[in-house]
Unconditional design. Structure first.
Length: 336
């Protein structure tokens, strides 16, 4: 499969009064045609900065691209300015956010908002644009689309507004859709419907999707590949089987432990991972998860574990399983 997006060693910092916050400390991944890649992590893990960094939505300053490359269909877009990005947005890549109300225009009819991108990026006639708008509203499951196209966002429920956002995003058949917590604001039933819709669109249109979420459960059905992020870096990557049935990183174990059980009626309280992520102004020299990890060893405090491969496409950065952990440990012990 062709690569739609390649991200190579992306590093992004924010300048603050307290110092430079290293929000993204090196992330590399690619997204192939038709693939759904999920980026999972707690808030502050860098998953949203990654998606906004790719879309160039971060104001610079205070954001700074420290290093790395972003390629869309092989073309380096790392240095693209706002105007160049505007051209790509909507046509080649599109984004949907957690709260559609912040991105929808409250004073413009929904049909017109969907038509805008089509006017901007295509040469379709007025009639063709209108029928495409109706087609899109139908595709995202909005009933009575002819009537609905003439209504304003506030006349839609939260779930329906998110469907409108998806229709806007997909209007020009982008190669890549970035969905940042697209269902977090919705109740569980609607959440499932929206995810099902995105899954269906991915199947039918072949649009690749980057799904950003804090919830591993959300990715269970849809994702072809999963990137677990912690403190600005991936700590584990793999397919669904790797992550759900053979996870290697204690942080992934923690996220899985925080999932609601579906196989039991017992309402157990969700476990969350205790402790807080490290300060990214001065990240620890060893493993960033060490202060919260039940398995932390001496080596973890001294050396940041490198990504290690555990199977095709399954990587994790943790000393627990690392073949060289013992050597490092011996070296450290000798020094003391
Ligand atoms: Fe825990 Fe050490 Fe693995 Fe980090 S490297 S996750 S501290 S065992
Ligand atoms: Mg799929």
């Amino acid at each position: 499969n062709k690569k739609v997006l390649e991200v190579e060693d992306l590093r992004i910092s924010f300048d603050t009064y307290a110092g430079e916050v290293q929000a993204i400390r090196g992330i590399s991944f690619d997204v192939k045609e038709g693939e759904v890649v999920a980026i999972v992590g707690e808030s502050g893990s860098g998953k949203s900065v990654t998606s906004q960094g790719i879309m160039k939505l971060l104001p610079t300053p205070p954001a700074r691209y420290k290093s790395g490359a972003i390629r869309l269909e092989g073309k380096d877009i790392t240095g693209y300015n706002r105007k160049q990005m505007e051209k790509l947005k909507g046509s080649k890549m599109a984004m949907i956010f957690q709260d559609p109300m912040t991105s929808l225009n409250p004073t413009m009819k929904v049909g017109r908002q969907i038509a805008e991108g089509l006017k901007k990026h295509t040469n379709l006639s007025k009639d063709k644009i209108h029928s495409r708008v109706i087609e899109l509203l139908t595709m995202v499951g909005i009933p009575d689309p002819d009537d609905r196209a003439n209504r304003y966002p506030h006349e839609f429920s939260g779930g329906m507004r998110q469907r409108v956002m998806i229709a806007i995003a997909l209007a020009c058949e982008p190669k890549l859709l970035i969905a940042d917590e697209p269902t977090t604001a919705l109740d569980v039933t609607i959440q499932a419907q929206i995810l099902k819709l995105m899954d269906k669109l991915n199947e039918e249109t072949g649009t690749s999707i980057i799904l950003i979420t804090h919830d591993l459960g959300v990715v269970a059905k849809m994702a072809d590949r999963i990137i677990v992020m912690y403190a600005g870096k991936p700590v584990e990557t793999g397919n669904k089987h790797d992550i759900f049935y053979n996870p290697k990183h204690p942080y992934t174990w923690g996220l899985l432990g925080a999932l609601p059980r579906v196989d039991t009626d017992k309402k157990e309280p969700l476990k969350s991972i205790s402790g807080t992520p490290p300060d990214l102004i001065s990240p620890p020299k060893g493993c960033a998860f060490a202060n919260r990890c039940e398995h932390a060893m001496e080596v973890c405090l001294e050396h940041d574990p490198a990504m290690q491969e555990y199977g095709e496409g399954h990587t994790a950065a943790c000393w627990l399983h690392h073949p060289n952990a013992k050597e490092y440990l011996d070296q450290i012990m000798e020094k003391h």
